[in-house]
Write a protein that binds this ligand. Structure first.
Ligand code: AP5
Ligand code: MG
Length: 208
């Protein structure tokens, strides 16, 4: 299966991606994670990406498409694209170098997103938590490493990220709808495991 995970910042793409990759054995490719790795390593791509990420804007399409194209060249089998494509240009480019089976749109009420993102704590291993469920713990349940807050998870940047999503990424719902590849999972206050049940129902049905 070749799947796109679409959804606003904080919709739970990363949270569901960890579960999906384990259960369905798909390679998880997150452009956000790739940019953050580049920032940590101090590469030229990282330096460029940081200025956009800190402002809540999208990294330019040419750079983003190139890193995705290169990473897909190394993948054999199914994969899960988390956070790509995010513009119509990226979606059209992706159509040139990959054949996507399904776009899974995680649709969460916007009023929940700001609190979710500002309360997020992440681990270098990819795990993601919310302060409200950590009970004061500051290390990762899975690997024991210290948890930290992403630089772009502050209210000002989050508001800019949400506006960017509405303007540049939300039109992809129509784009994949017209291709007959869109499935929307509508979520309210369900827990991540409850959302995953809905996601599994879609993917298991698709896999038949
Ligand atoms: P990226 O890293 O992709 O960030 P994002 O899209 O803003 O999404 P998030 O990672 O914030 O949210 P998520 O949906 O993964 O939610 P999560 O599961 O963590 O991109 C960062 C930046 O990189 C972009 O702003 C842009 O600058 C750049 N970039 C990336 N891709 C690009 C592209 N294609 N083109 C150009 N630029 C690009 O969950 C969030 C929180 O909610 C967590 O605390 C979690 O524990 C909690 N949570 C999750 N599910 C639930 C639930 N069901 N109930 C309660 N809490 C929940
Ligand atoms: Mg994410």
């Amino acid at each position: 299966m070749k799947i796109i995970l679409l959804g606003a910042p904080g919709a739970g793409k990363g949270t569901q991606a960890v579960r999906i990759q384990e259960k369905f054995q798909l390679k998880h490719i997150s452009t956000g994670d790739m940019f953050r790795a580049n920032i940590k390593e101090g590469t030229e791509i990282g330096k460029l990406a940081k200025s956009y990420i800190d402002a809540g804007k999208l990294v330019p399409d040419d750079v983003t498409c190139e890193i995705v194209k290169q990473s897909l060249e190394k993948v054999n089998g199914g994969y899960l694209l988390d956070g790509f494509p995010r513009t119509l240009f990226q979606a059209e480019e992706l159509d040139k170098f990959a054949e996507i089976d399904l776009c899974l749109n995680i649709d969460v009420d916007t009023s929940l997103l700001l609190d979710r993102i500002c309360g997020r704590r992440v681990c270098a291993c990819g795990a993601s938590y919310h302060v409200s469920t950590l009970g004061g713990k500051t290390t990762c349940e899975k690997c024991g490493k210290p948890l930290y807050q992403r630089d772009d998870d502050n209210p000002e940047t989050v508001k800019a990220r949400l506006a960017t999503y509405e303007k540049q990424t939300a039109p992809l719902v129509d784009y994949y709808g017209k291709q007959g590849k869109l499935v929307t999972v509508k979520c309210g206050t369900e827990t991540p495991d409850e959302v995953f049940e809905k996601v599994c129902a879609v993917l298991e049905n698709f896999n038949k």
